[in-house]
Design a protein around this ligand. Structure first.
Ligand code: NI
Length: 166
């Protein structure tokens, strides 16, 4: 396993559309494992493969609950419902946060790390994370969707304070 470098705002790979994975093989499983390790190293909630420079439809999410990391290959939203206004950031925009509207509930279909078809229903934070990460696969970034006037630049010190608050 290895920590990969997270591409940041301005890197054109973030704007490209990722390709479907044809076979969930050892190379994809290694990518998934590396992405989970990277996600944890950066203290993130979700990471999409384009953010580590790989244009494949691969996503990992970890809400740090008892379910552990979620690894998704070729995820697709099959249903979404409602809206929620959330505060959001992105590992590719290290110091920026903004308010945005995400679906309140999403149902996705994907393949797991063994190539098996799975269905996941997400509400609240999971719906937000799924929506955010799946956007990355189409080159869509959270800054495209912010509620005008809510973008905040946060310094490292402020970020630490926020963590303590939560
Ligand atoms: Ni992101």
């Amino acid at each position: 396993m290895a920590i990969r470098i997270v591409r940041e705002n301005g890197d054109e790979v973030l704007r490209k559309k990722a390709r479907e994975v044809e076979a969930v093989d050892d190379k994809i499983r290694e990518l998934l494992d590396d992405m989970v390790e990277t996600l944890h190293a950066y203290n993130g909630v979700g990471l999409a493969a384009p953010q580590v420079g790989i244009l494949k439809r691969v996503v990992v999410i970890d809400l740090y609950d008892d379910k552990g990391p979620i690894k998704l290959v070729n995820p697709k939203i099959v249903k979404q419902k409602g809206e929620q206004e959330v505060e959001e950031g992105c590992l590719s925009f290290p110091n920026q946060f903004a308010k945005i509207i995400r679906p309140a509930e999403v149902i996705i279909e994907a393949l797991n790390e063994n190539g098996k078809k799975i269905k996941i229903k997400g509400e609240g934070l999971l719906a937000q994370a799924l929506s955010h990460e799946l956007d990355h696969l189409d080159g869509v970034l959270f800054v495209d969707k912010i509620i005008p006037g809510t973008l905040e630049y946060v310094t490292e010190e402020k970020k630490e304070e926020r963590k303590k608050e939560k």
